[in-house]
Design a protein around this ligand. Sequence first.
Ligand code: NAD
Length: 421
Amino acid sequence: MITEKNKINPLDVAMRQVDIASERLKLDPGLLEKIKHTKRELIVHFPVKMDDGSVKIFTGYRVQHNLTRGPGKGGIRYHPYVDLDEVRALAMWMTWKAAVVNIPFGGAKGGVQCDPKIMSLQELENMTRRFTWEIAMMIGPDRDIPAPDVYTNPQVMAWIMDTYSMLKGYTVPGVVTGKPLELGGSLGRFEATGKGVFITAQEAVRHLNIPMEEAHIVVQGCGNVGGIAAQYFERAGAKVIAISDSKSGIYNEKGLNISAVLDCKKRYSCVITPEAKMGEEITNEELLELDCDILVPCALESQINQKNASKIKTKLIVEGANGPTTPEADKILHDRSIFIIPDILANAGGVTVSYFEWVQNLQELLWSEEEISERLTRILRRSFTEVLHISQKEKVDMRTAALILGIGRVAEATKLRGIYP
Ligand code: NAD
């Protein structure tokens, strides 16, 4: 597991992916330069009152990578390792992702370098509100719409929405997505990313002839994406044999009771306790190398890399996380015929239902859960088919195919808009 930051720079990974795809697309060099650059970057250093009366300075970022196809869209991450290059890479992946599922958003991302695990709720609220004030000049329903990412949640979105609304003088629900339902959040948004991971996995197992009911699943990360995806796999009759959090993992070859593991995580802040005999403790490194049918990384970037790619024993990788696989690992896995559903397709359920939430907020509509589920499923299935088709036609792996689709759409839109003035 990568724990020390900067061992692998996510922006290098994102840039290399663009190079691989753009070679196939034969992009004009000027156009390639434009889409490789972020449009706007804001770095803020801001004070926060802590519970002990002291004042601490935090550093936060908001990056808009590309706004050609619509307003910026992308989560806000609270993590000690957040830095400018990570946020740039995540913003770039958002641009390609929105284009792959063909929704009218550009790509953006934000984050604050902090350790939310050692902060009180009050400190988190103070930090969120001040960060919102600092980036208020960049965000807005028709400019850039944040959402939850690692260690942020609907409560954080509620504070952002409230602070932004106070600044404007009226309630602006459309400034963020992933809000609580009571504040204009959409039905189905909380589970959308994990559900999307499952929907795309269903398409892949059908293509690969792997019976879902007999599949052994390994999930890294048990947060919003990993925890929910694991529940969907379990409900479909598959066996989730291992799952982890940042500290360790739990493994049971007979299959875990996911609700019990998630309950344990909620109560004791870990997936395994010495008393609970639900399975044996394993490290995150061991978890990634378990023998399984479907491996679902849902934690951080670069978890599957040159060091462990040859030891991965799975048929299918479904990337719930953003950027979990490096280009070196991609090549090794491709040579070993391991099928990958890339992040910009596998976890696009989140941005898709975020789009539904935004549409409902702007038009003051309320869609039913069935309507949302049906639209989400349709969009993800169509996108999977389009990517698979490109992969077969161009004889490239699924990531390159998805990038060809996403970058190709952004490039076309850029050409049509032209260069101002
Ligand atoms: P989360 O905060 O809800 O959960 C993160 C999970 O990762 C937790 O279980 C945590 O314990 C685990 N984790 C953290 N560090 C780890 C490490 N070093 N090793 C193993 N596990 C670790 O976050 P999330 O929303 O589930 O996001 C997970 C991933 O999915 C991120 O890459 C994020 O960018 C991506 N993603 C999230 C969404 C969304 O809608 N939330 C959408 C698309 C992509």
